[in-house]
Design a protein around this ligand. Structure first.
Ligand code: GDG
Length: 481
């Protein structure tokens, strides 16, 4: 049996230190819950791989890590191999090249991109440091699965050090069209493609992202391809579509969870005479929060009959507060929230409830369950798991209003699909959702729920790893013949 090495920028937990001691806190977010759900499911444990190792950067001092690493609180059955990047270098790699260059560019915000040489150099060096940590733990026969845009150079660095290794790479954000990708300086864009093509299998959420990647490889590296196979430096690299799923059953189980039911009941009592619209997002310009608020304002203006009969609960989760583009937006959003409440509130009714905080899992599920509509309108999103979680949580009512610019839109076609910048379409979409006949709601939900239940996160993980194994075996056969 082989061993599996998962590599992501962050480990699945963080370490926090205060006057009372050092604590381990499990991280949330799409990737961590996907991988953890799969490998920590009792019937999966240790069946496919003899050992599981997680490599990721640690945002804590080495001595703090040493204090907790053998403790009972590590909350994972992975063996953990931390990377300790130098603080300043990490800053330029993470807040710099990853989140001020690649993130805005890949989400089609070219005007927000920072093109700084120092950022790229730090990105290259931290990717190198990851490779060194992996090389120390690697044994022949291991499978290495690298995740996301922070580590696009890593597959090739590993390939050079470990030529026979089995390496998979998955990109969780969109891969943009060639016209956008080509905006990067030549040296960087070549390095990113060359880096990614060190893998044996490169996975994306949608067919479009696969095609965009192949197109960029053809135009920039002049590679040949046969359908989704790319021939590069005498190796065949497979590119493939793996739309990430959710832990569907976890959200269904939450429907009968005592704490969740308690929260849902009190929300229903509080808003017994109002329809509830719900949104939850990280604070990020890609989420289209300004347009979303404009859309809600337009809805209240166009459809005055809904005033006093609807409430929009908008929960924003703090994120990347060190990057100035994020903080400016926070104050803009808060101004808009006040404007809408000031303009439409009555003595007995407030149209918008805004929270800037992290919800517990039980609160999140309760809100999903009671919401008559979820308003999920990012300007771009690789997939968007919130849309899938909402659909999974609905009991016998609920309408998903979803941006057509998310990866999830290609799978959730029964949603009310809207263009997020079209505030009138968003306003009409809200009205359509709130007036949709219950039978229509249930029929749309059950189609989507069937799909989400059958292609869940377990299937996603096993499909990717299964395809990686097959790809490697095919390559070995090619070498022999
Ligand atoms: C990348 C891509 C792609 C959010 N707020 C709270 C909370 N969450 C949980 C949600 C969901 C996850 O965080 C966010 O889902 P995303 O899909 O946005 O995932 P990210 O990891 O941020 O993003 C994205 C994803 O990777 C997977 O490939 O879909 O397009 O950008 O699971 O439930 N959870 C709790 N409280 C919150 O306040 N408990």
């Amino acid at each position: 049996m082989s061993r599996l090495i998962i590599v992501s920028n962050r480990l699945p937990f963080t370490i926090e230190k205060n006057e009372e001691g050092i604590f381990v806190r499990q991280s949330s977010g799409g990737l961590v819950s996907a991988i953890k759900s799969y490998f920590e499911r009792p019937d999966k444990q240790s069946t496919d791989y003899s050992d599981k190792i997680w490599v990721g950067s640690m945002d804590a001092a080495e001595e703090d890590w040493n204090a907790v690493k053998d403790g009972p609180d590590l909350l994972t059955d992975f063996r953990v191999e931390p990377v300790f990047p130098d603080r300043e270098q990490y800053e330029d790699y993470y807040n710099g090249f990853s989140n001020s260059t690649l993130w805005p560019l890949f989400h089609y915000f070219p005007t927000l991109v920072d093109y700084k040489k120092d950022y790229f150099e730090a990105y290259r060096d931290v990717n190198q440091q990851f490779a060194e940590t992996i090389a120390k733990v690697y044994q022949p026969g291991d499978t290495i699965w690298v995740h996301d845009y922070q580590l696009m150079l890593l597959p090739q660095i590993l390939r050079e050090a470990l030529p026979n290794a089995t390496i998979g790479f998955f990109l969780h954000i969109p891969f943009p069209s060639y016209e956008i990708f080509r905006l990067l300086p030549s040296r960087w864009k070549r390095a990113l493609l060359h880096g990614t093509l060190g893998a044996d299998l490169v996975g994306f959420h949608t067919h479009d992202y696969v095609q965009h990647f192949i197109q960029s490889c053809k135009m920039i590296l002049k590679v040949e391809n046969q359908f989704t196979d790319i021939l590069y430096k005498e190796r065949v690299i497979k590119t493939e579509l793996f739309p990430i799923g959710i832990d569907y059953q976890k959200f269904r189980d939450a429907i009968t969870d005592e704490e969740t039911v308690g929260i849902a009941t009190s929300l229903e009592e509080k808003f017994y005479n109002q329809k509830i619209i719900f949104s939850v997002d990280r604070l990020d310009y890609t989420k289209g929060l300004d347009y979303r608020l404009d859309g809600y304002e337009e809805f209240l203006s166009r459809y005055p009959e809904w005033r006093e009969r609807v409430v929009f609960i908008l929960n924003i989760v703090p994120s990347r507060s060190m990057i100035s583009a994020y903080m400016k937006r926070k104050s803009r959003i808060e101004e808009k929230v006040s404007t809408i409440n000031g303009k439409f509130s009555s003595l007995h009714w407030q149209p918008l409830i805004y929270r800037y905080n992290h919800l517990s899992f039980e609160e999140l599920c309760a809100l999903y369950q009671v919401a008559d509509a979820a308003l999920i309108t990012p300007l771009r999103d690789g997939m968007n798991l919130v849309a899938k979680e909402y659909v999974a949580s609905c009991i016998d009512k609920g309408v998903l209003i979803l941006s057509e610019l998310t990866g999830a839109a290609s799978e959730l076609s029964e949603a009310v699909l809207v263009n997020p910048t079209d505030v009138e379409e968003v306003a009409d979409g809200i009205a359509t959702a709130l007036t949709m006949h219950p039978i229509e709601q249930r029929s749309r939900l059950s189609n989507m729920q069937r799909r989400l239940a059958s292609y869940d996160v377990f299937k996603w993980t096993s499909d990717f790893l299964g395809c990686l194994k097959e790809t490697k075996a095919e390559q070995e056969n090619l070498k022999i013949s």
